[in-house]
Design a protein around this ligand. Structure first.
Ligand SMILES: *Cc1c(COP(=O)(O)O)cnc(C)c1O
Length: 405
């Protein structure tokens, strides 16, 4: 039994963090893990007994809690139960999984699709299934952590290129041995910045250097394109992406991840991707909920339009008030604060006025040193009044904390 005060490396780490966090807890500057107790329609939530405007949600189209999605999940439980008989290749596959994969393939305009138990598992295991020793994987420096981990799990050489810098990527591609197997990976919409990857040039480079292109659409499905189908629709470049990865945990209010692409690619992953083979199938309720959500995106197109309107209102309003929102063009809107302390002080001040926002601090590794920020999000569930109120609260708090001059 380890003594709490012992001096081994693990105990040292635990003690150091506890001491560090204690300071933030004592000063009401700790905001993680606050339990939500009620979903109030989508634009508002009850947290710690208080009704707050929700500006940290991934439910970009406001589908979380949609009666038809809830009903689909309940019906699936009544029919199939709460779990499955196991992993997909063995006894775990349900008719529901097949239907969901067909729905995704149709939505993403590909021959086929395969689902996984999370987006994290998808990225962290698909890259290593497709590439190995002697191959080259090219990854944007601001790609999501699950892609970073997927690259680590592959035996391929990892080559990082500067964020959304296509000249740098071209240089890197040119340095790789001719004839080598190459896979280029980027987020469609970067999760901490909200900016959009330069798909036109990226796709052109992949063609020129004979590289496969994998794009993570976690924050672009439901967000980009006139009908919310994602980044190819946004740029009018159908078929530009070889491996379309996405999650079922953001705009689609369930859990799970997927790859959409060629039939032979999907067939290969079913037999060689460890994250698919060695993890239980998606629970029936989640598969059913996800399937219904894709249908709703198509049947209720006003949601995508409303999200576009709301994002434009929020981003331009924050800029007018003097905030630095980087190059965002989407529903993810960073508000740069600089130091960790400032991002925490701004969060405290804004939450005090019942607007739920969260800080992303630079020492956790998700964003570069000195660029601590609020990572706010806007959704189709907000109306103009909600957004204007949040912006006014942010403005006053920005002044009070010295983030705005
Ligand atoms: C959230 C996210 C994931 C992981 O998806 P989960 O379904 O939550 O595991 C992968 N990539 C990006 C860009 C994400 O934002």
């Amino acid at each position: 039994m380890i003594n709490k005060n012992s001096k081994d490396g693990i105990s040292d780490k635990l003690n150091a963090l506890s001491a560090y966090i204690e300071y933030f807890l004592n000063n009401n500057l700790y905001f993680y893990d606050q339990p939500l107790t009620e979903l109030k329609g989508g634009s508002k939530v009850i947290i710690n007994g208080r009704e707050m405007g929700m500006f940290a949600s991934y439910s970009y189209l406001g589908l979380l809690g949609h009666p038809r999605i809830n009903q689909a999940a309940k019906a699936a439980i009544d029919r199939y139960g709460t779990g499955t008989h196991g992993a997909r290749l063995l006894a775990g596959t349900l008719y529901l999984h097949k239907e969901l994969e067909e729905t995704i393939a149709e939505f993403k305009n590909t021959e086929a699709a395969i689902t996984f138990t999370s987006g994290y598992v998808t990225n962290s295991t698909v890259i290593g299934a497709l590439t190995g020793a002697g191959d080259y994987v090219f990854s944007d420096t601001l790609n999501h952590a699950s892609i970073v981990d997927g690259c680590r799990l592959s035996k391929a050489a990892l080559v990082r290129f500067d964020h959304n810098d296509m000249d740098h990527l071209e240089k890197r591609l040119a340095e790789a041995p001719a004839g080598s197997t190459k896979l280029v990976i980027a987020d469609a919409v970067f999760s901490m910045e909200g900016d959009i990857v330069d798909l036109p040039r990226l796709a052109e480079l992949c063609r020129a250097y004979n590289a496969w292109l994998m794009i993570d659409e976690a924050h672009s499905v439901g967000v980009l394109g006139k009908t919310g189908r994602g980044i190819e629709e946004h740029f009018g470049m159908d078929g530009a992406i070889d491996i379309k990865m996405g999650t079922l945990s953001k705009t689609i209010p369930a859990t799970g991840g997927y790859i959409a692409g060629r039939k032979d690619l999907v067939f290969f992953l079913r037999h060689f991707c460890r994250g698919y083979i060695y993890s239980a199938a998606l629970p029936p309720s989640q598969a059913a909920a996800a399937g219904e959500a894709f249908k709703l995106i198509i049947e209720e197109p006003w949601r995508v339009e409303k999200l576009h309107e709301n994002s434009t209102r929020f981003i331009s309003g924050l800029k007018q008030r003097g905030f630095n929102t980087l190059n965002t063009e989407t529903a993810i809107v960073p508000i740069i604060c600089g130091s960790i302390e400032r991002s925490l002080m701004l969060t405290r001040e804004v939450q005090r006025h019942d607007v739920f926002v969260l800080p992303i601090v630079s020492n956790a590794g998700a964003v570069p040193e000195g660029s601590s920020r609020l990572r706010t999000t806007v959704t189709a569930a907000h109306d103009a009044r909600d957004i204007d109120y949040a912006m006014d609260v942010l403005y006053k708090a920005g002044k009070a904390t010295g983030i705005l001059g």
